[in-house]
Design a protein around this ligand. Structure first.
Ligand SMILES: Nc1ncnc2c1ncn2[C@@H]1O[C@H](COP(=O)(O)OP(=O)(O)OP(=O)(O)O)[C@@H](O)[C@H]1O
Length: 323
């Protein structure tokens, strides 16, 4: 697969921004590809997104995690300019997506959850047509090579497998060489090899300076790709952090050892003092020592459980207040 090329190379300012994004340092507004503050969306009396604050830096891959119904798609579609928000302020590449015009749309790429729906079209024709919407599209063959569909330009969309259609969606999203790519569950339905190919593609785009906002239910995907992730639950952002630091990083690390013929285990957020105490008591080579750090999955699930408890508390408070 070949790599898409963007006109011009990275400027020192872009390189600096990407380095700061990777380091997790503070971003000023010029560094931000996306800025949402108090983003709110209600359908009638149903609040889909309560109040979301988000800052996505230029050049980073930013993951949005959250359970079904948390408001991920609603949020991403507002950022894409496909849904109206009910409140809050939003800036995407410096413009309000609710007002932005064609020049702005030229700068973003989108893979939606629902996927492509043009049964009677041929793969190459569709990529070419979508490419015509952009000022400097990738050649059709290059876009198809990116997603391993270069051998199927004449195939009808109706004849593609679910995974192949998903890959075509990705080709359509990148054919305009976007500065900012929105990927809503991009690898759902892909086989393991195709998922990895998709990851490589996202990594290459990131290496070239493309900002990527992706939602996913696959925590290994977030861990592999995202510089930072936000956990959305109950219509609010619960935490934003690099995957390794989410939920307090080492909180809940299990330390096990053998003592008096039994395996003992403690769970701690401070591994150092526990090891010091064990070494002082049992010698430098602590028998049967094992340290298991909590996986992203267990830290994520804890955050979601905490969010559920907070919401239950808020509901109880609200009920007692309105009685
Ligand atoms: N058009 C709509 N009309 C009414 N309610 C909606 C509409 N779209 C979404 N919702 C509701 O808004 C909430 C958030 O939905 P959304 O699709 O944004 O969640 P999600 O986090 O993307 O979920 P999933 O992981 O299942 O894709 C849900 O309660 C959903 O039922």
């Amino acid at each position: 697969m070949s790599t898409p090329t963007r006109p011009g190379t990275e400027t020192p300012a872009e390189a600096d921004t990407a380095a700061r994004a990777a380091a997790g340092g503070p971003a000023d507004h010029a560094d931000l590809a996306i800025r949402a503050s108090g983003l709110h969306k209600a359908y009638g009396s149903h609040v889909a997104v309560g109040s979301v604050d988000l800052e996505v830096r230029r050049g980073e891959v930013f993951g949005v995690l959250g359970p079904n119904g948390a408001g991920k798609t609603t949020t991403i579609e507002i950022l894409e300019g496909f849904r109206h928000r009910s409140g809050g302020s939003v800036s995407v590449l410096g413009e309000d997506p609710g007002q932005a015009g064609r020049a702005w749309r030229n700068r973003i790429g989108i893979v939606q959850q629902s996927g492509t729906d043009h049964e009677g079209w041929r793969v190459g024709e569709l990529v070419e047509q979508i490419g015509l919407c952009y000022s400097d599209p990738l050649p059709v063959r290059e876009a198809l090579e990116l997603v391993d569909l270069a051998d199927r330009p004449k195939a009808l969309l109706g004849s593609l497998s679910g995974g192949q259609r998903r890959r075509l969606d990705l080709a359509l999203a990148v054919v305009g060489r976007p500065e900012l790519l929105f990927l809503d569950e991009p690898t759902t339905g892909l086989d393991p090899q195709a998922r990895r190919d998709c990851w490589h593609m996202i990594e290459r785009l990131r290496d070239e300076g493309t900002t990527v906002l992706l939602t996913t239910h696959y925590l290994d995907e977030a861990e592999r790709l995202a510089d930072r992730v936000a956990v959305l639950a109950g219509g609010r952002v619960r935490e934003v952090a690099p995957p390794a630091e989410l939920g307090g990083g080492d909180a809940g690390t299990e330390v096990s050892w053998r003592e008096d013929g039994r395996t003992r285990t403690v769970t701690t957020a401070e591994v150092g003092p526990v090891l010091e105490e064990l070494r002082a008591r049992l010698g430098a080579d602590v028998p049967g020592l094992e340290i298991r750090r909590p996986s992203l999955e267990s830290r994520y699930l804890r955050l979601i459980e905490d969010a559920g408890r907070d919401r239950a508390g808020e509901d109880t408070h609200e009920r007692s207040r309105t009685r």
